[in-house]
Design a protein around this ligand. Structure first.
Ligand code: G3I
Length: 345
């Protein structure tokens, strides 16, 4: 029988997928079957974000997250919680806190309650997400404003106390750009100096057909692992669409709706682009294999193209093709290209 992703890379790294409520509910579907067969790790795409799991001070939504964890446990998967401290999708009640003591208590109750509930069940937490600006400085946020830069150390220490066995990650995008990479290295060093436990750095991996270069990706894998932590590729997807910001005349305030360049392949991906995507995925995985001793996990941000957030970003209704399985859950050329890397060995 043909090899699956998880079998193919079982001696190298975990192969994960981000899932949300639909994938959890559909227990008998094609999707559910594919998920169990191909992947040995899952990440909560949206359900554990502050605004969903902790919508008000004394109110938590655990129904869907509980099912997510059950699914992972039943299938012996490496389970990833996403994410504890993030400026975005933040509960309004936390956003409104003006006092530093109150903010500390909010983070403490958030982490203690959620990490405590899944102690020994969730293998890894994205403790802090996207704390850096593109120039490598700390992003201004309600956490930074109320608590100063020590909020990072606080978050990691609280998580380690709530579940000493969980692996703790710092996770961000553009982690292969030099300035941000330097910022991330500094951030991790600071945590280590402050005596906080950090097990790994998450390179999200929302990439395109050309960028970042393999060279920059490799530099980042090396720079982070030299800190003595694991590296994970946490949110991999490769868009085939033009960046809205690169389109002629497009700026952040423009209404992209109705710009045909925004959605060049509304029905089907041309074979030539399909091949480019396959080649790009193959090159990237060859690099991951080269550094498999440093890479703990490679997680795709979704299972198939229909499920990808990219279809709705930055406007609804783009048709993107960033993942390994198509809209009918059939493996794409990119899937075959990755598997073939190991068949050759
Ligand atoms: O579920 C509602 C639906 O009921 C409603 O009709 C619709 C109207 O817009 O919204 C739906 O919710 C959307 C949700 O995704 C589920 O699809 C939200 O608007 C939308 O903001 C949300 O986007 C998510 C985004 O994070 C913001 O939280 C994406 O799915 C998710 O893939 C994306 O993931 C982030 C990572 O957490 C961090 N790194 C970057 C990555 C990509 O942006």
């Amino acid at each position: 029988h043909p090899a699956t992703l998880q079998e193919t890379f079982k001696n190298d790294f975990y192969i994960g997928a981000a899932i949300n409520v639909n994938q959890i509910k559909e227990t008998d579907s094609l999707m559910a079957g594919l998920l169990k067969k191909e992947f040995n790790s899952i990440t909560a795409e949206n359900m554990m974000k502050s605004m969903h799991i902790h919508p008000a001070k004394d109110s938590f939504n655990f129904e869907i997250p509980d099912k997510f964890v059950e699914l992972g446990q039943k299938n012996n998967m490496y389970i990833v919680g996403h994410t504890l401290v993030w400026h975005s999708q933040l509960s309004p009640w936390i956003e409104k806190i003006k006092d530093s003591t109150e903010m500390h208590h909010a983070i403490q109750s958030h982490i203690n309650t959620i990490v405590g509930r899944y102690k020994g069940k969730i293998n890894s937490w994205d403790v802090v997400n996207e704390a850096l600006n593109e120039d490598g400085t700390l992003r201004n946020s309600v956490f930074l404003e109320r608590l100063g830069e020590n909020y990072l150390t606080t978050a990691f220490k609280l998580t380690a106390e709530a579940d000493p066995d969980a692996e703790l990650y710092y996770n961000d995008y553009n982690m292969c750009q030099p300035a941000k990479r330097d910022g991330a290295v500094k951030l991790v060093k600071k945590l280590q100096e402050n005596g906080a436990k950090i097990n790994g750095v998450g390179i999200q991996g929302h990439w395109n057909l050309n960028s970042p270069s393999l060279e920059e990706i490799e530099k980042s894998i090396l720079a982070y692992s030299q800190l003595g932590v694991d590296v994970a590729i946490t949110e991999l997807d490769i868009t085939v669409l033009p960046s809205p910001w690169d389109l002629q005349g497009a700026d952040v305030n423009q209404n992209f709706e109705g710009n045909p360049k925004m959605n060049p392949y509304p029905d089907k991906l041309p074979d030539s682009i399909q091949d480019k995507l396959a080649k790009r995925y193959q090159d990237i995985f060859a690099l991951f294999l080269k550094h498999k001793d440093k890479i703990k996990r490679v997680t795709f941000w979704g299972v198939n193209d229909a499920q990808s957030w990219k279809n709705d970003w930055p406007i609804k209704g783009r048709t993107d093709f960033p993942l390994l399985f198509d809209r009918n859950l059939k493996p794409k050329e990119a899937y075959k290209a990755i598997i073939s890397l190991k068949e050759k060995n």
